[in-house]
Design a protein around this ligand. Structure first.
Ligand code: GRF
Length: 181
């Protein structure tokens, strides 16, 4: 199977699911210290931390080029974003276009952006879900590979709803990646 890089910024529960599924995770790249980094280490997967700034000094293009360089160093052929919170500049798609997957916690094209779960709750929808798609230059856009819906239940908070969505993602995303590889 082809080599995979996984990009994380958070708790890394999707990364954990990919590892448990036996996907060939060659390297885990992160933009900050996070639990996802620890999950990788515990599983003896090489990690690369490329810390980013959260102010005006952040050089997004340099950051993007650093990540792209790591893909080359580890000779990965496919990339899965799993809760990665930094937006790349388009240069990454020059070489890796069509080979970067993302999962988003909504039924795209609804509720794009970083507050998708919150926005779905605020909109009062009775169902939301997750979307696995090919990443493109445009945020939370690109060809949709698979979607799964989950109900919004009375009394849901952002946390309870997001956890229900993530439970779906933990099954769906590894399966989609496997068939993509
Ligand atoms: C997922 O819901 C993903 O769609 C979103 O961030 C979450 C990642 O969860 N972009 P985790 O860090 O893998 O637990």
């Amino acid at each position: 199977m082809k080599k995979l890089a996984v990009l994380v910024s958070g708790t890394g529960s999707l990364l954990e699911a990919m590892i448990q599924d036996g996907l060939p995770v060659e390297v885990v790249i992160t933009d900050r210290t996070c639990r996802g980094l620890e999950i990788a280490k515990q599983n003896c997967i090489p990690t690369v931390l490329i810390p980013r700034e959260f102010n005006q000094t952040f050089d997004r293009d340099l950051f993007t080029r650093c990540v792209t360089r790591v893909f080359g160093l580890y000779r990965v052929e496919f990339i899965a974003m799993a809760g990665f919170m930094t937006i790349f500049t388009p240069t990454i798609f020059e070489r890796y276009g069509g080979r970067i997957l993302n999962t988003h916690p909504s039924l795209l094209p609804l509720f794009k952006g970083h507050s998708a779960v919150e926005d779905a709750l605020a909109a009062g929808v009775t169902e939301t879900g997750c979307t696995i798609h090919v990443a493109t230059e445009r945020l939370d856009d690109g060809p949709i590979l698979m979607q799964e819906s989950v109900p919004v239940l009375p009394g849901d908070t952002v946390d309870t709803l997001h956890e229900r969505i993530k439970a779906a993602e933990r099954t769906l995303y590894p399966a989609v990646i496997r068939s993509f590889l």
